[in-house]
Design a protein around this ligand. Structure first.
Ligand code: C2E
Ligand code: CA
Ligand code: CA
Length: 275
């Protein structure tokens, strides 16, 4: 697997030809999804997958989304690539299902550009109808900043997705209780606590206390809490003690290409209840 390039060191996206090369890459099907497992903290089993976009650039290797997404949003390609990602993730889930695996639901990151588009719900539902397996098995991850600023305006769309069985997760959350009031009006299922907050919990008792309070508030509203970017055993132990529900991070698994996810899921099959 090629190493992903450091977005901080690389300013490829600023090159004048970037947008036209990206356009060619979409046509040449060089965009791929990697999948990072989400783990249930109590049982240790995989409870979800998050699809993460990469560009297999023949010239520069694997290009990270931190460069890709702003360029896509700046061009008119975000809608096309965003709905491709939803369709592709669901098709991959169907393929795993057909090969005898029991894939968990797949979360796809959704840009505010997609959310604002009037056809967002209908195109997502079309994908579910074409390539959905039984239960929808789709989650959408929306950045907390977008929900804070525009959430009420998108309430109808989020409800329509919720009615189709799509789980809504709020990405990159802080541990500030003030934001929960607004979330309580929206059909949200999960809070994903951003990595910088998780990185501090073992060294900073105030951060651990803030997370404990967030988990309690979330549970009172029947939301699950996922810790992002878990990198150490000490963080995982503390998250269990704080009753956090789920985790993602390099400690358990990096984002993986689809064939490696299949191997991981295959190892889980004997432990799962077959339908
Ligand atoms: P995100 O949704 O918050 O995804 C988590 C990011 O943290 C991923 O970076 C993942 O590889 C990385 N990560 C996971 N565990 C760890 C860890 O333990 N330590 C560290 N240091 N990093 C970890 P990635 O794949 O580079 O994605 C960056 C961001 O790009 C994502 O952040 C998401 O906001 C955006 N993105 C990725 N794919 C898509 C997409 O298909 N559509 C949209 N709109 N945005 C996407
Ligand atoms: Ca995400
Ligand atoms: Ca995140």
């Amino acid at each position: 697997m090629g190493d992903i390039r450091d977005a901080g060191l690389c300013r490829l996206a600023e090159a004048p030809s970037f947008e036209s090369r990206l356009r060619e890459a979409v046509e040449a099907e060089q965009l791929v999804l990697y999948y990072q497992p989400k783990f249930d903290l109590a049982s240790g089993s995989i409870c979800g997958l998050e699809a993460l976009l990469r560009w297999e650039d023949p010239l520069h290797g694997l290009v990270a989304p931190d460069e890709l997404i702003p360029a896509l949003e700046h061009s008119d390609l975000m809608l096309e690539v965003g709905s491709w990602a939803i369709r592709h993730a669901l098709s991959q889930r169907l393929a795993w299902h057909i090969s005898g695996l029991r894939p968990p639901s797949i979360a796809v990151n959704v840009s505010p550009v997609q959310l604002r588009h009037p056809d967002f719900v209908s195109t997502t539902c079309e994908s579910l109808e074409t390539v959905g397996v039984g239960t929808p098995g789709l989650e959408v991850e929306l950045a907390e900043s977008v929900i804070r600023e525009e959430g009420n305006g998108h309430c109808g769309k989020l409800r329509a997705l919720g009615d189709r069985g799509v789980r809504i997760a709020i990405d990159d959350c802080g541990t500030d209780a003030a934001h929960f009031e607004q979330l309580s009006h929206l059909p949200v299922c999960e809070l994903k606590i951003d990595r910088p907050h998780i990185a501090r919990i073992t060294a900073d008792p105030a951060q651990a206390a803030a997370l404990r309070a967030t988990v309690e508030l979330a549970h009172a509203r029947k939301l699950t809490v996922l810790a992002e970017g878990v990198e150490t055993v000490a963080q995982r132990q503390l998250l269990r003690a704080l009753k956090c529900d789920r985790m993602q991070g390099y400690l358990a698994s990096r984002p993986l290409p689809a064939p490696e996810v299949a191997l991981l899921l295959r190892r889980q099959v004997p432990n799962q209840v077959s339908h």
